[in-house]
Ligand binder design. Structure first.
Ligand code: GDP
Ligand code: IMO
Ligand code: MG
Length: 474
């Protein structure tokens, strides 16, 4: 079936429900510092609570799709905003007026007055980074106390995780993932190996002994396997005793907090970090992160039962980027990639590394829609594509002479894939000042239609700039 044949399918798939409901979220977002009345009084309309108690915003590519902007846009109507996986590897940017905020661990809902923000059990928590982030936001006039809840069951990231992350990336002949160096892989490895220490352990009398044993073990690895410098246990202990004291007001049992919120009919927004193609099960393994960054991780990462997880908004850039190592079928040749990188300012928000850039990969993004059960698409950075005579969208993968539109799931290494493109007309006009779909150049509308048809999900939000108001709702 050609992509064009699916035109009415996209509308049917998203259905009027989600489209209408997102339209109802269309209110100007407010700044936390301008709070005048408690958020509870402004909660979602009763029909929203009944039909969509949990709404998730998930990346559908290799991260940096603009999840922060989209979450912030719609967070106005949430009661609770929740991070469920990943850690300080994330970098979510929100632009409010002239100000730019970058979130690594704090949920993006923190900019909205009165919202409760939860860092749930599935996150790996770099306590020092979180406290630094809290200090930074408080200095900018955003109150965090009483609005942030950190799961006692979230695993802690320690300096030895970061040291191991960096050391293993430096091994000659090894598989370099191009990680963010934030200790994510080693921290999740300890969680699965059942040697990890959780936030709640900071307040347990066995913490000292368990930490000492871990530091000794990791030092053996650092020295023996990587020839790296050992870490000093007492220094780490002192550091974490300090963190424990400062974190105490935020630590709680977030499972029961979320369950009670749901039972009270509150409206939960889930903020994904990374993207499905970095998911440890369904991403481009081994070039992935170490958590389930797709919607599949929400239940395990929060304790919200699968049957209470509602609709998913998938966020996709109008082209594709990837930071770190790993195959990237639609990657552009260096000079063209460079031009797109400059136009889109494609540098990782966490590490500042230049991103690899390429055309929109319809095959990968449709797969992302299927895995995440995406009900509506937020298509971001469409403005970046102004100025091209023609654009390409990948609609198939050629593998050993055969063409398929199925994303390989472990059966074929992605580096064996050659993209098959559909060529579409480009447009010259800048889009950043446009606010209505009908005002977009015809070629831009056709581009969106084509993507919707191909991925079979309707783009209910089209973003044409980093600011809150640079958004077209449909
Ligand atoms: P996230 O990790 O998915 O939240 O995305 P990042 O914040 O890492 O990267 C997205 C970048 O694009 C940020 O700098 C945003 O401010 C910016 N951005 C988001 N939406 C748009 C858009 O529609 N147009 C442009 N030009 N920039 C955008
Ligand atoms: P947000 O939430 C883009 C990538 C790293 C690397 C791989 C593994 O801002 O979209 P890790 O440090 O997690 O072990 O690195 O995953 N990566 C991201 N790429 N955006 C992110 O987060 C990322 N978080 C991790 O570059 O390729
Ligand atoms: Mg990012």
């Amino acid at each position: 079936m050609s992509a064009r044949c699916c035109a009415s399918w996209a509308t049917r798939r998203a259905g009027p429900g989600i489209v209408d409901r997102i339209r109802r979220l269309d209110e100007p977002a407010r700044d936390a510092r301008m709070e005048t009345r408690p958020a509870r009084a402004r909660g979602p309309a009763p029909e929203l609570r009944e039909t969509m108690p949990v709404l998730s915003v998930i990346g559908t590519q290799w991260g940096d799709e603009g999840k922060g902007k989209i979450l912030d846009l719609i967070a106005e109507r949430a009661d609770v905003v929740v991070r469920y996986q990943g850690g300080a590897n994330a970098g979510h940017t929100v632009v409010v007026g002239q100000e730019k905020f970058v979130f690594h661990l704090l949920p993006s809902g923190i900019l909205h007055p009165g919202k409760r923000n939860v860092i749930a059990n599935g996150v790996v928590l770099d306590a020092g980074q979180l406290l630094e982030e809290i200090d930074g936001f408080e200095k900018r006039g955003i109150a965090i106390r009483g609005r942030l809840f950190v799961s006692a069951a979230a695993h802690l990231v320690f300096p030895y995780h970061k040291a191991l992350d960096r050391a293993s990336e430096g091994v000659k002949g090894g598989t370099k993932i191009g990680t963010t160096g934030r200790g994510i892989g080693p921290a999740y490895a300890d969680k699965i190996a059942r040697t990890g220490l959780r936030v709640g352990d900071l307040y347990d009398k066995r913490f000292r002994d368990r930490l000492e044993a871990n530091v000794a073990e990791k030092n053996r690895m650092l020295q023996g396997m990587y020839g790296a410098e050992p870490l000093v246990f007492e220094k780490i202990l002192d550091e974490y005793v300090g963190y424990a004291e400062r974190l105490k007001p935020f630590v709680c049992d977030t499972f029961h907090l979320l369950r009670e919120a749901l039972d009270a009919g509150e409206y939960l927004f889930i903020e994904g970090a990374q993207g499905i193609l970095l998911d440890v099960d369904f991403g481009t393994y081994p070039f992935v992160t170490s958590s389930n960054s797709s919607a599949l991780g929400i239940a395990a990462g929060t304790g919200i039962p699968p049957n209470r997880i509602g609709e998913v908004i998938g966020v996709a850039k109008a082209y594709t980027t990837r930071v770190g190592e790993g195959p990237f079928p639609t990657e552009l040749p260096p000079a063209e990639a460079d031009a797109l990188r400059k136009k889109g300012e494609e540098f990782g928000a966490t590490t500042g590394r230049p991103c690899c850039c390429g055309w929109f990969d319809g095959v990968a993004t449709r797969f992302a829609m299927e895995v995440n059960g995406v009900a509506a698409l937020a298509l971001t950075k469409l403005d970046t594509l102004s100025g091209y005579d023609a654009l390409q969208v990948c609609t198939g993968y050629e593998i050993d002479g055969r063409t398929t539109d199925r994303f390989p799931c472990g059966d074929v290494p992605l580096d064996r894939v050659r993209p098959v493109y559909e060529r579409l007309a480009g447009w010259r006009e800048p889009l950043t000042g446009l606010r209505r779909f009908d005002d977009l150049p015809e070629a831009a509308r056709d581009y969106i239609d084509f993507i919707e048809d191909f991925v079979r999900v309707r783009a209910t939000i089209v973003s044409v700039g980093p600011a809150r108001d640079q958004t077209i709702r449909r």
